[in-house]
Design a protein around this ligand. Structure first.
Ligand code: ADP
Ligand code: MG
Length: 240
């Protein structure tokens, strides 16, 4: 589904991603973990072209999206993104947040979009909130709306950047449950997370990033029971 080949990203003199070559297969869930500042967000942002790689290639369904002729907005339609800070449109109701892109971009009629929106809000357990504004929602509810909004574009992949890090502890689980449900439906996902239990249970693979390098790319059981590099061992000792 997504493949990176010799991916580098620098900001000025700061080398943030160094020679990342890996892939996410269709239906796979990858948990991206590692210390703060190691490049996790930058890697996800490169994958949907919110950042331009300095060197290397990213292939999405076989197409080199780092090629100059790439239609970036077309790529982004197929690669959903969910952020730590939700990024909902504050002046739109919950339902409008979900139906905005399908109407504008996918050219659905407002009736079709509404039907889709209600279906998706049911899926994340928020159908009764369709007509309220985001300011009236809890953090967990906001994030579930953000997930419904990402799903509304029928993406091939969803990239999650620390989706539960801004939430009060009691709201983390409801968001993780929605993501677990999505994983079961076969959605391809890359999830930056500090929730180690969730990563171990739900992910098919763990990417451990350290100082911009993909230090480990392993199955969860292997990674959590027998991490190969010292930095991963130290990291896990602190997290578990
Ligand atoms: P992580 O998500 O793992 O915490 P990031 O990918 O956000 O790490 O950041 C990696 C490094 O790149 C950090 O040192 C950060 O300060 C730097 N960085 C990220 N985005 C930018 C930017 N737009 N301009 C300059 N430096 C950046
Ligand atoms: Mg980050």
């Amino acid at each position: 589904m997504i493949k990176t080949e010799g991916l580098f990203k620098s900001f000025g003199k700061l080398d943030v991603l160094k020679d990342i070559s890996t892939e996410i297969r269709q239906g796979e869930v990858v948990a991206v973990i590692g210390p703060s500042g190691c490049g996790k967000s930058t890697l996800l942002r490169c994958m949907n072209l919110l950042e331009t790689p300095t060197q290397g290639h990213i292939y999405f369904k076989g197409e080199d999206i780092t090629a100059p002729k790439t239609n970036i907005s077309n790529v982004r339609q197929h690669l959903g993104m969910v952020f730590q800070q939700f990024n909902l449109f504050p002046h739109m109701t919950v339902l409008q947040n979900v139906t905005y892109a399908p109407i504008k971009v996918s050219k659905l009629s407002s009736d079709e979009a509404k039907q889709l929106g209600i279906e998706l809000l049911e899926k994340v357990g928020l159908q009764e909130k369709a007509d309220v504004y985001p300011s009236r929602l809890s953090g967990g509810q906001k994030q579930r709306v953000a997930i419904a909004r990402a799903l509304a574009m029928k993406p091939d992949v969803i990239l999650f950047d620390e989706p539960t890090s801004a939430l009060d502890p009691e709201m983390v689980q409801e968001v993780l449950e929605v993501m677990k449900g999505l994983a079961k439906t076969g959605m391809t996902m890359a999830i930056v997370t500090h929730e180690m239990g969730f990563a171990r249970e739900v992910a098919d693979r763990i990417w451990f990033l350290n100082e911009g390098c993909l230090a480990e790319d392993a199955e969860p059981d292997t990674f959590f029971t027998n991490p190969q590099c010292d930095r991963a061992k130290q990291f896990l000792e602190k997290m578990l």
